[in-house]
Design a protein around this ligand. Structure first.
Ligand code: C5P
Length: 249
């Protein structure tokens, strides 16, 4: 049986810092530092308050996932990624559907700049198919494959192009882990406690325990923590589930 420390389990919990203002974000960072392993800054918060949110998180020695899902011509994404390296984020993402060349140029630029600055290279993740899209939506935009097949296709493309991992829905973890091997990072949102009855707009959910057992490396949780009466207690429960999942994996 594996011996999992509390820190190893905390490190795998990413909090979705989906706040609308700097003040709101700062109060969450104060409350949850040490209770989660990383803060995910998405488009809402970054567009509202800008890069200073990253500085605020770093000043508190916390890790950052910059979830801006870059998707543009290779040169533009590579330059945006260099800006993310300069900000000092630990993880960021691009759309795999931007193609191999976009991912390759981005990874190359990030590696070169991090090496030049003596920084640890951030983890580069690819988003495959947005979980809001079903098979009919994909057909509408001209993709012939089913959503499940498209996820695997784009994940393989991203891995071959040098991405470190993917953001994947709970239902895709198993297939991705078995087809892309153990050295490919899987980050999974859509996590809900098995005890919860209200599942808001996340249709395909798994518990943290199940996700980690199936092979998720990190899990992203937002509303179940933000809407709780005691957010720190919810984090502790999720971390306990992660530790149990890691022991069983
Ligand atoms: O509140 P909740 O736990 O559903 O938050 C999940 C977070 O993960 C949100 O920030 C959401 O934008 C993000 N996300 C997601 N599904 C994806 C990719 C990202 O829910 N496929």
């Amino acid at each position: 049986m594996k011996n999992i420390s509390n820190k190893q389990a905390v490190d795998k919990l990413i909090f979705a810092l989906d706040a609308a203002s700097l003040d709101e974000a700062l109060s969450w960072i104060e409350l949850l530092s040490g209770h989660v392993g990383m803060f995910k800054v998405g488009k809402e918060l970054f567009t509202a308050v800008g890069p200073k949110i990253v500085d605020c998180i770093k000043q508190r020695n916390q890790r950052i996932f910059l979830d801006l899902k870059f998707h543009d011509i290779p040169n533009t994404v590579a330059r945006a990624a260099e800006s993310a390296v300069k900000l000092g984020v630990d993880m960021f993402n691009v759309h795999a559907s931007g193609g191999s060349r976009m991912i390759q140029e981005t990874v190359r630029a990030v590696e070169a700049l991090a090496a030049k600055n003596g920084q640890t290279k951030p983890i580069v993740l690819a988003v495959t198919v947005l979980t809001s899209l079903n098979d009919a939506d994909l057909q509408e935009i001209g993709f012939a494959k089913s959503a499940n097949a498209q996820v695997l296709h784009l994940a393989r493309l991203a891995k071959d192009a040098g991405a470190d991992g993917v953001v994947a829905s709970p239902q895709d973890i198993e297939a991705l882990r078995s087809q892309l091997g153990n050295d490919f990072i899987i980050v999974t949102p859509g996590i809900r406690s098995s005890l919860e009855t209200v599942k808001d707009d996340q249709k395909r959910t798994l518990s943290a325990l199940e996700a980690v057992k199936l092979g998720a490396d990190y899990i992203v949780v937002g509303r179940p923590i933000r809407q709780a009466a005691d957010p720190q207690a919810v984090c502790r429960n999720i971390v306990q589930e992660i530790a149990t999942g890691m022991t069983a994996a």
